[in-house]
Design a protein around this ligand. Structure first.
Ligand SMILES: O=C(O)CCC(=O)C(=O)O
Length: 261
């Protein structure tokens, strides 16, 4: 039987690589050792009360279900704790680990770096005041030579429909959509008949603590509100090949990318 440690070190199989290429995402189970996972979860929880910034608030994003402003009830609910890798070495060592680097290298086809300027956060989805995130591609506000980036979403606790697990549209990273199928902020317009088949193809990514979903920055994804009684915590990082550079002067170039171990 495969132990948690074997799983955390395991390379990608060719079948997994092909599945990622076809579907635009790939779930791998048990990619964080229990001790490291417990440490990340502890640090995340200890950063919520009192809230340790920098953070993004639900009220900042105006997504469906979010409080209207920071002054409204629930307005101080954080959505993301920013700068995860500088919060504790557990995040940095996991996110820049050689084992993760090898998997990303086989998906991106060359040496990779962690982009500090994007994600690099702990998503905190709270009961009561969390928002739903509509269908979008992460690449929409990012600026690199090529759109070939991968985000890595590590579940720090269980992620299921009831607490707002991620949903993916398989194969959507290859779609060339007319601009009219997206709204002003580049979310898919759910009311358009031409978007129905795509949206109906959604799959939910349910995960246990320590599971990871790798997803292409062009894959459309979404998530619901947290209707459970507990906060959902996930650490999220983004990677690019070391020869795929952020465009100087853009937000993507705010901080230098980090080499893997
Ligand atoms: O609401 C969520 O958990 C999804 C967040 C997400 O996809 C994003 O911020 O890019």
């Amino acid at each position: 039987m495969m132990s948690m440690h074997d799983s955390a070190d395991r390379n990608l199989s060719e079948i997994e690589r092909q599945r990622f290429e076809q579907e635009g995402f790939l779930v791998m189970r048990g990619l964080a050792e229990p001790g490291l996972l417990a440490r990340m979860r502890h640090v995340a929880l200890a950063s919520l009360d009192p809230l340790l910034g920098p953070a993004e608030f639900e009220a900042d994003v105006h997504y469906p279900g979010a409080p209207g402003s920071r002054l409204d009830e629930g307005g101080e609910t954080p959505r993301r704790l920013l700068h995860a890798i500088t919060r504790d070495d557990s995040f940095r060592s996991w996110a820049t680990s050689a084992a993760l680097g090898r998997r990303l290298e086989s998906l991106l086809g060359g040496p990779v770096c962690l982009a500090q300027s994007h994600h690099n956060c702990i998503m905190t989805k709270h009961p009561g005041y969390s928002s739903a995130t509509m269908w979008h591609q992460d690449i929409r506000y990012w600026s690199f030579d090529r759109p070939e980036l991968i985000s890595v979403w590590l579940a720090l606790g269980d992620e299921v429909a009831a607490n707002g697990a991620l949903k993916m549209l398989p194969g959507s990273h290859r779609e060339q959509l007319d601009r009219g199928r997206l709204d002003a902020e580049l979310f898919l317009r759910p009311e358009l008949p031409e978007n129905q088949d795509l949206i109906d193809s959604a799959v939910m990514v349910e995960m246990r603590a320590g599971d990871v979903v790798f997803f292409d920055a062009q894959t459309f994804h979404a998530a619901g509100m947290n209707r459970s009684g507990d906060v959902k915590l996930s650490a999220v990082f983004t990677y690019h090949r070391s020869d795929n550079l952020p465009i100087p002067g853009t937000r993507s170039a705010n901080y230098p990318s980090l080499k893997m171990a």
